[in-house]
Design a protein around this ligand. Structure first.
Ligand code: AMP
Ligand code: MG
Length: 430
């Protein structure tokens, strides 16, 4: 994620990743950067668009840049309630006394302002021709139809000039932007009622494992509840994907093959969890090789070492290890950026924070480790990352306790107070 996405997101890294085969290093393991580079190089840009009304466009990805056809604002207007004046009449120091010749509210058309005149004006109202400054009402006193205030008042005071925000012809929204409330507001401010967006990414998920039972059902001997299904559906929802659940898949080659086939129907991306290892009960690899094409990497990362990418017909496939924390972290590290690129989002990087370690990591690990952590401290004292004492990939309670992940490089030791890289879940899951 750190330099991984930065590198993989850069053009040169992308094209070299596209050419490179997964070269194995470190005992058959590829690095996080390499795995991410391979994945991003395989993430095709979306090609279907639709026009969507603004209220339904939040979370969608803009497919074409938008250019404003108008100046915003289209006319110079007052930024305050007060009196519009000519700065020539009020530019000097000392007391000024001007006749209030008209009243202009927002939405009204003013008349030209004569010499020695003022116009009562309200926020957003067009400035009368000739006026070039507004004196705020708190600084004024009225004497009948005269207004008095102290100068000097400079030209431009409390005035928003024409095109203060946007000039006609300017690009206001770039293609590849995820539409947040402010992008929708901006589109509306230039008069757009709908926007061109990419079609939502259709993602099908399935969960492999004979032991899995849906929550709400009784648990038989040796059974566990299927939690990955809900983690994955939540992650996909947060990324505005259209998710379908194919269900739980038995640990047989035939069941896995048919799950892959039906999941790939009508899906852009299939995500499987579990059954990815090389044990006799793990069939994803063989099933994918028979139904499509498989590339699989052992990534030098903890949790979430085995990562599969493949194609089934037109659909992409990503396989995640079944342990609940591996599924979550593997999604954050690899699937999320893949999905973002696949959705046409131009910024796929995750921005980490630099915080100080509130923990010791005395024994260097063989793999880069993403450790469940949360921040203590505050903005004045600075933030410290504390880590959960139980980092097993089955310990989902630690992910609930956590606010994010600390990235600990392979071979690193960390002492309390050392700077560490921290990825907040608010970045990873948004
Ligand atoms: P696997 O990747 O199939 O070898 O599974 C690794 C571990 O994750 C095993 O302990 C499984 O029982 C568990 N696991 C696999 N899939 C799920 C799931 N959908 N929900 C919860 N735990 C799972
Ligand atoms: Mg299994």
């Amino acid at each position: 994620m750190t330099s991984a996405e930065e590198k993989a997101g850069g053009q040169s890294a992308m094209s070299s990743a596209a050419r490179a085969r997964p070269s194995r290093s470190r005992g058959g393991l590829v690095s996080v950067e390499q795995a991410l580079g391979f994945l991003l190089a395989r993430a095709r840009a979306p090609d279907e668009e639709e026009q969507v009304d603004l209220p339904r466009a939040r979370g969608r990805v803009l497919s074409r840049p938008q250019v404003s056809r108008i100046d915003v604002p289209r006319f110079a207007n007052s930024s305050m309630d007060g009196y519009a004046v000519r700065s020539a009449d009020a530019g000097a120091a000392g007391r000024h006394r001007l006749r209030v010749a008209q009243r202009v509210a927002a939405g009204e058309l003013p008349e030209a302002l004569g010499c020695g005149e003022a116009a009562r004006i309200f926020t957003g109202a067009p400035l009368p021709a000739g006026a070039d400054a507004v004196v705020i009402q708190e600084d004024c006193s009225r004497e009948g139809d005269m207004v008095c205030f102290d100068g000097p008042l400079l030209a431009g005071a409390n005035v928003r000039p024409r095109a203060n925000d946007i000039a006609a012809g300017e690009e206001v929204l770039a293609a590849g932007l995820r539409l947040r409330p402010q992008e929708l507001g901006l589109a509306a401010s230039v008069g757009l009622a709908s926007l061109p967006v990419y079609r939502p990414l259709r993602v099908a998920i399935f969960s492999s494992g004979d032991e899995l039972v849906a929550p709400g059902r009784p648990l038989g001997p040796g059974a566990i509840y299927n939690s990955n299904r809900y983690t994955l559906l939540g992650l996909l929802d947060a990324l505005h994907c259209e998710a379908t659940d194919i269900g739980m898949v038995a640990d047989t080659l035939e069941a896995t093959r048919s799950a892959l086939r039906s999941a790939a129907e009508g899906a852009d991306l299939v995500i499987g969890s579990g059954g990815m290892s090389v044990g006799e009960e793990d069939h994803v690899r063989a099933a994918l090789e028979q139904t499509g094409r498989l590339e699989m990497w052992k990534v030098a990362v903890k949790p979430g070492k085995p990562l599969a990418y493949g194609r089934i017909g037109d659909a992409d496939f990503i396989g995640l290890p079944g342990n609940p924390v591996s599924t979550l972290v593997g999604f954050c590290l690899f699937v999320r950026p893949f999905i973002l690129r696949r959705q046409g989002v131009n910024e796929v990087r995750t921005r980490p924070l630099r915080v100080s370690a509130g923990f010791a990591w005395p024994r260097p690990g063989g793999r880069r480790e993403y450790v469940r952590a949360r921040l203590s401290g505050d903005v004045d004292a600075g933030y410290r990352a504390e880590i959960h004492p139980r980092q097993g990939s089955d310990v989902l309670t630690s992910a609930v306790w956590a606010d994010g992940l600390v990235d600990i490089p392979a071979g690193a030791v960390v002492s309390p107070g050392d700077p560490v890289t921290y990825y907040p879940f608010s970045e990873l899951l948004a």
